[in-house]
Design a protein around this ligand. Structure first.
Ligand SMILES: Nc1nc2c(c(=O)[nH]1)N[C@H]1C(S)=C(S)[C@@H](COP(=O)(O)O)O[C@H]1N2
Ligand SMILES: [Mo]
Length: 428
């Protein structure tokens, strides 16, 4: 019976088995180098990822001190709007208070493996190639892409490691990777061509199984191993379903830091799927792999299968207050607590908030119609009655019936944190 690769989890299990048996074809990294990388990662307890040509490693939650790195972006990253983390910039949730349902571009988080490249739209080409096409390579210019039927969708992009720091600070479980709080997410209105239209024009064959988009930013070097350009395969079923090749964000030409002139937007999947500055797409009739779906972006640790889980696909469920962690608030003064909740699985249906560390819960008022792929803004009035330290908690439930748990299931790389965050405040 032919495999149904439109089922995400079946796809992932199959790919993982094929990879384990050495059947998945290397997408540019030598197998011996991959083994070296696994060994180095195991010895160091982490993968120190650096830009090619630099000796710097990304900021880590735990482990040996790493040299300071600054993000190399085009937009400015003022401290009121962003917290800098290695090559990345996290959105300060407090800076979203009073903004609309879309994240303004000036405060949308940036996750760069290396640095933002400057790419001129006029000279940009997208090459679609590979043995999963019925013919030879096909090139698309920016003009040609823009001439295709356009679609518009409001969707979040969220890093798989968003919320990672709470594994350590809230659960006492150290993890590797960028110590994001909750600001590695943004919601934008995207306009672009459908990846499916581009693949059909390029002549995708019935035998195609994987689609591998690759970025034009610098190659990535981890522990002395060059991983090549950022790339992660997508099953052809997802690629033909709802993926965009976006060239506009919130009504503007896609800015350089967010992948301009053209990026993928893969709805509801881990942020790494949404390849920025896409330059070529391989269409393959064999399974593909890259470091970004083998040794990264899978769940590792005692609570997961030996050798790691299937590659991550969908994001999870979260809530955040639009308030600094550790904020001070005046006693006896009425406040309006505001925040946002989102789920990759289904629309968020309701949010409960506790202002006494989880003793009593109240329903928040929703300010947006719940929708999958976006977030809902909410608010709860609060008049603090006693001075001292307390925790604010927000707990979302989505239309599948899933509610944020008290604890997230640990994994060594700290992905997919979904637990209720205890947001510290001091009443003075
Ligand atoms: N080419 C390329 N694409 C990329 C990345 C990158 O470093 N290079 N980072 C990925 C990751 S891990 C995330 S979470 C999102 C972040 O998108 P943003 O920087 O627009 O917020 O882009 C993804 N696409
Ligand atoms: Mo990410």
């Amino acid at each position: 019976m032919p495999l149904d690769l439109s089922d995400e989890s079946q796809y992932d299990r199959t790919r993982l088995r094929q990879w384990a048996r050495g059947r998945a074809r290397s997408a540019g990294v030598d197998r011996r180098d991959m083994l070296k990388l696994f060994a180095a990662g195991a010895a160091a307890g982490s993968l120190g990822v650096a830009a090619a040509g630099t000796a710097s490693a990304a900021a880590h939650t735990t482990g040996a001190p790493v040299p300071a790195v600054a993000p190399r972006t085009v937009k400015s990253l003022p401290p009121e709007l962003f917290t800098l983390r290695g090559t990345n910039a996290e959105t300060n949730f407090a800076a979203l208070r009073g903004t609309g349902p879309l994240t303004p571009i000036d405060r949308f988080f940036v996750r760069n493996h290396t640095a933002t490249p400057r790419i001129d739209a006029a000279g940009w080409r997208l090459k679609v190639w590979g043995d999963g096409l019925t013919g030879g390579p096909v090139e698309f210019s920016y003009e040609r892409l823009r001439a295709l039927r356009a679609v518009e969708r409001t969707l979040f992009i969220e890093c798989a490691g968003n919320g990672r720091s709470f594994y350590a600070t809230q659960q006492g479980q150290p993890v590797n990777g960028t110590a994001w709080t909750l600001g590695a997410i943004g919601v934008a209105h995207w306009r672009g061509a459908r990846l499916s239209d581009v693949l059909r024009l390029a002549g995708v064959s019935r035998d195609a199984v994987d689609v591998l988009p690759r970025g034009l930013d610098d190659e990535v070097v981890a522990n002395g191993v060059n991983l090549g350009r950022v790339r992660r395969p997508l099953p052809v079923a997802k690629a033909l379903d709802d993926v965009l090749l976006a060239y506009e964000m919130n009504g503007q030409p896609l800015p350089p830091d967010h992948g301009g002139p053209v990026r993928l937007v893969v709805p509801n999947w881990v942020g790494i799927s949404s390849i920025k500055w896409v330059g070529d797409i391989e269409v393959s009739d064999e399974p593909l792999y890259s470091p970004w779906n083998t040794d990264m972006y899978r769940l590792f640790g005692p609570e997961h299968p030996v050798g790691g889980s299937a590659p991550l696909t969908r994001q999870t469920l979260k809530s955040a207050f639009e308030l600094e962690l550790g904020a001070t608030v005046p006693v006896h003064r009425p406040l309006l607590l505001t925040g946002r909740s989102w789920s990759a699985a289904a629309p968020v249906t309701h949010i409960e908030v506790s202002t006494d560390g989880g003793g009593r819960w109240r329903r928040a008022r929703l300010h947006d119609a719940p929708r999958r792929g976006g977030w809902v803004r909410w608010s709860v009035p609060w008049t603090p009655r006693a001075k001292g330290a307390t925790s604010l908690l927000a707990r979302a439930t989505d239309a599948t019936g899933r509610t944020q748990p008290e604890r997230a299931v640990h994994n060594t790389e700290g992905y997919l944190f979904d637990a209720v965050v205890r947001h510290p405040v001091t009443v003075v």
